[in-house]
Design a protein around this ligand. Structure first.
Ligand code: NDP
Length: 296
């Protein structure tokens, strides 16, 4: 069997197109331009790339992008002061603090200082609670993107066995909540899980969010299962030349694709969907703030 490739890049382009349509209507009919503020503390190169890409795509769909850069040694009070200012700014509908933060800053405190209505990353404790109790919330972008691809590919997820590998607050746990919300039978695997291959081998859906390059191989996958690879890992690629690197997922693409029914590639799978969902969440936040009907 050779798996069907779930093209996250093309899917994300369609999501962005829909977002752009909504933004245009908000402008025309209500004179409102959604605004997304992104806060970056420090000089982490990967974070800088993500922030630049988020800003560029925000502007491309017609929204306002506000970038705030603080020095790596910024004081917690300064960051909290900036968040308060953004919370009170009516032109800002979404606030994203790029993670990870430098070690001297308290990530939980900072995230929970964001107005939950503007928390487009969905990490505020109120949004986590709302999602966990099945109420309207801001849904974390990466798991939301995964869910959209699964629904698009499989239709109803009801009754399917889903295994999420990874239990982080930003991917694994919200992913599991979303799958539960779609009536999957959900198992969360992690570093202490015994006989993990046997666990994943029973799954109709495997979501890998581990951060270990190519850990999940075809031997872990039930024939025909749908595999969503969240991992983004940079590894050495001597075959491309000295000092060169390449991106791989948490799944060994070749062997998984031989067994799975469908799989997301890395790059070009979950990654592009994450930013597209961030833009969609910003429009949703803007509509809610203005008492307007939300995009589906
Ligand atoms: P974390 O490091 O926060 O969590 C990793 C999880 O994997 C932990 O729960 C850990 O278990 C589990 N784990 C580690 N080793 C094993 C193992 N050998 N067997 C089973 N489980 C294991 O990572 P994130 O959730 O933040 O990210 C996961 C991956 O997704 C990374 O590659 C990251 O780069 C990528 N990512 C991609 C995004 C995108 O847009 N595509 C967005 C966010 C992340 P335990 O809890 O027991 O330690």
């Amino acid at each position: 069997m050779t798996a069907q490739i779930i093209d996250g890049k093309a899917f994300a382009a369609r999501v962005r197109e829909k977002v752009a349509g909504h933004v245009a209507r908000l402008k025309e009919e209500h004179g409102i331009v959604p605004g997304l503020a992104v806060v970056l503390v420090g000089e982490d190169p990967a974070s800088q790339v993500y922030v630049r890409s988020k800003g560029k795509q925000t502007v491309e769909v017609g929204m306002n992008s506000y970038e705030h850069k603080l020095d790596a040694d910024a004081a917690q009070e300064d960051l909290l002061g900036l968040i308060e200012q953004l919370n009170n700014d009516p032109a800002v509908h979404g606030i994203l603090v790029q993670l990870p933060l430098p070690g001297h800053l308290d990530e939980d405190l900072v995230i929970n200082a964001i107005d939950p209505a503007k928390d487009v990353d969905g990490f505020h404790i109120s949004n986590v609670g709302l999602l966990g109790t099945g109420q309207k919330s801001m849904v974390p972008c990466t798991p939301l993107g995964c869910l959209m691809m699964l629904r698009d590919h499989l239709g109803s997820l009801s009754g399917l066995n889903a295994v999420v590998i990874g239990r982080s607050n930003i991917v694994g746990k919200p992913m599991a909540q979303l799958l539960l919300g779609d009536s999957c039978t959900v198992t969360i695997a992690h570093s202490r899980t015994r006989d993990i291959q046997e666990v994943t081998g029973r799954a109709d859906i495997v979501i890998a969010a581990v951060g270990r390059p190519e850990m999940v191989t075809g031997a872990w996958i039930k024939p025909g299962a749908t595999v969503i690879d969240v991992g983004i890992n940079r590894i050495d690629a001597p075959e491309k030349g000295e000092g060169k690197t390449r991106l791989v997922g948490d799944c060994d693409y070749e062997s998984c694709a031989e067994v799975a029914g469908a799989i997301t590639p890395v790059p070009g799978g979950v990654g592009p969907m994450t930013i597209a969902c961030l833009l969609a969440n910003t429009v949703t936040a803007c509509c809610r703030a203005n008492g307007l009907s939300e995009p589906e």
